[in-house]
Design a protein around this ligand. Sequence first.
Ligand code: ADP
Ligand code: ADP
Length: 239
Amino acid sequence: MSLLAVKDISKQYEKDKQVLSGVSFEVERGEFISIIGPSGAGKSTLLRCINRMVNISNGKIVFQDVDVMSLNKRGLRKHRTQIGMIFQHYNLVSRLTVIENVLHGRLGYKTTFQGVLSRFTEEEKADAFALLDKLGMKEHAYKRCDQLSGGQKQRVGIARALIQHPQILLCDEPIASLDPNASKVIMDYLQRISKEMNITCIVNLHQVDVAKRYSDRIIGLNSGQVVYNGTPDRLTSNV
Ligand code: ADP
Ligand code: ADP
């Protein structure tokens, strides 16, 4: 049994415009997978289908034996705690501190931000500090997020995604706004987290060289279809 199975899914936002068509693949626990493909290929949509921020039009997504489309509101909430999300533009709350942003990952997105810290137990706070420590950000815990560099912001984004102790991290172009040095730092952290915490990473990337260096497996997407699914060494330049 694989952790996640995407079975022949398709997605249309608008009539007659197929954004994903016949996409199928399976993902095992702890795997590090990159999804590569040009802008508009459907990478972002695919990740949003997996955590059901977007509903698929056809096909099936099965996560840990559960059909994701069959989930009710409560089931969906649980599903999303098992799937952390990381974004290109970090999506932090800039006027909150680092530690507040990390803890905010426990609340979901529809809550108010007042008195965030006081809502959590000492144990929950200790967990957040431990994650910041793992990402080399503990010393910045009380800085406001708008005082951080892009690379630092993304490390906070990773800690926030990890606070629910998810099975999968979905990373949507996590290094697209970063310079090469900061990109390497972020990719190294993602790889380490995947190995040490046995977390599956699915990372959208447009840099093929980065995908080749870090991934167990690469899935190539073009015009909403899978054009490659295999190890990095067999990937040819025409994908
Ligand atoms: P990628 O991440 O590979 O750049 P996306 O999934 O963002 O691809 O986009 C794939 C296609 O779907 C594009 O043509 C884009 O314009 C379209 N698209 C994405 N989101 C929406 C939306 N919410 N409504 C309508 N079209 C969308
Ligand atoms: P680092 O110091 O980690 O390399 P930078 O702060 O230099 O990161 O940011 C890298 C790139 O991301 C720069 O081009 C910068 O303009 C851009 N960037 C940084 N923060 C943001 C943000 N909040 N929104 C959009 N782009 C940003």
